[in-house]
Design a protein around this ligand. Structure first.
Ligand code: NAD
Length: 247
């Protein structure tokens, strides 16, 4: 479904991001994984060569909020492969702090990675996409972008902002043939969720009509569809992949 496409995936070293990288590679995309550290990027590349033996895959670990570093990284990708067709802004951190003890700098850190980095990467990638006549930008939102959550307010705030960026950039970039969509996962089986205690997870599962948490692959398949030409007239949507969960 993605033959001859070059895709950059932030937070592609594990969890949902790795599942997206894997299904893209299985569908013949050239995949560039961005992670936060050299070690985690190397491990992800090794794993990918085992999971998808013919994968065309490389990786970098720039600071996603630093425009100069992103410009340099995306230039390298463009020099190496000749185009940038798909950007997946997936890297993110969650938050649990109560408002009473919330440090402003902790609030800002979450907003920095979850929102500012999406802006920076989209800004740099969209210039290449415009030049080459089109592209696809996909963002990882969350079901908390609909319901909020009862602690760690920076996290839902950041995902509301991701939805806002998605819809606004879809309107701004449509004329340049750049589609912009988001996927809003529900509770998904990754490190982010395995850190939660059983007492939190089990009652949560009971509220999900499909009766289970999502797997990273459930979410990755939505990213595959939205990146592909099957979604050629879809832009500005936030697609829930959450088993009809209601927070
Ligand atoms: P994860 O913790 O397994 O993976 C997070 C990814 O983000 C990793 O690849 C990590 O390298 C990257 N990352 C973290 N901090 C970074 C930094 N400072 N710089 C660069 N990269 C950094 O989590 P996940 O569950 O796979 O989350 C991926 C996305 O899905 C996030 O945007 C998250 O908000 C969203 N999400 C997750 C769930 C869930 O239940 N797991 C639900 C809704 C949305």
């Amino acid at each position: 479904m993605l033959e001859n496409k070059v895709a950059i995936i932030t937070g592609g070293t594990r969890g949902i991001g790795y599942a997206i990288a894997k299904v893209y590679a299985q569908n013949k995309a050239t995949v560039v994984i961005l992670g936060s550290r050299e070690e985690s990027v190397s491990k992800a590349l090794e794993k990918m060569h085992v999971d998808v033996p013919n994968a065309q895959v490389s990786g970098y670990y720039p600071n996603l909020c630093n425009e100069a570093e992103i410009e340099e990284t995306f230039r390298k990708v463009h020099d190496q492969y000749g185009h940038i067709d798909i950007l997946v802004n997936n890297a993110g951190v969650s938050a649990r702090d109560r408002i009473y003890d919330y440090k402003v700098e902790d609030f800002e850190k979450t907003i920095d990675l979850n929102v500012n980095a999406v802006f920076v990467c989209s800004k740099v990638a969209s210039k290449y996409m415009k030049e080459q006549g089109g592209g696809v930008i996909l963002n990882t939102s969350s079901m908390v972008s609909i319901y909020g959550q009862p602690s760690g307010s920076a996290y839902p705030t950041s995902k509301f902002a991701v939805n806002g960026l998605t819809k606004s950039l879809a309107r701004e970039l449509g004329r340049d043939n750049i589609r912009v969509n988001a996927v809003a996962p529900g509770v998904t089986n990754t490190d982010m969720v395995s850190a939660l205690p059983k007492e939190v997870i089990e009652p949560l599962i009971k509220t999900i009509p499909l009766g289970r948490v999502g797997e990273p692959e459930d979410v990755a398949n939505a990213f595959l569809f939205l990146a592909s030409d099957l979604a050629s007239y879809i832009t500005g949507v936030v697609l829930s992949v959450d088993g009809a969960a209601m927070s």
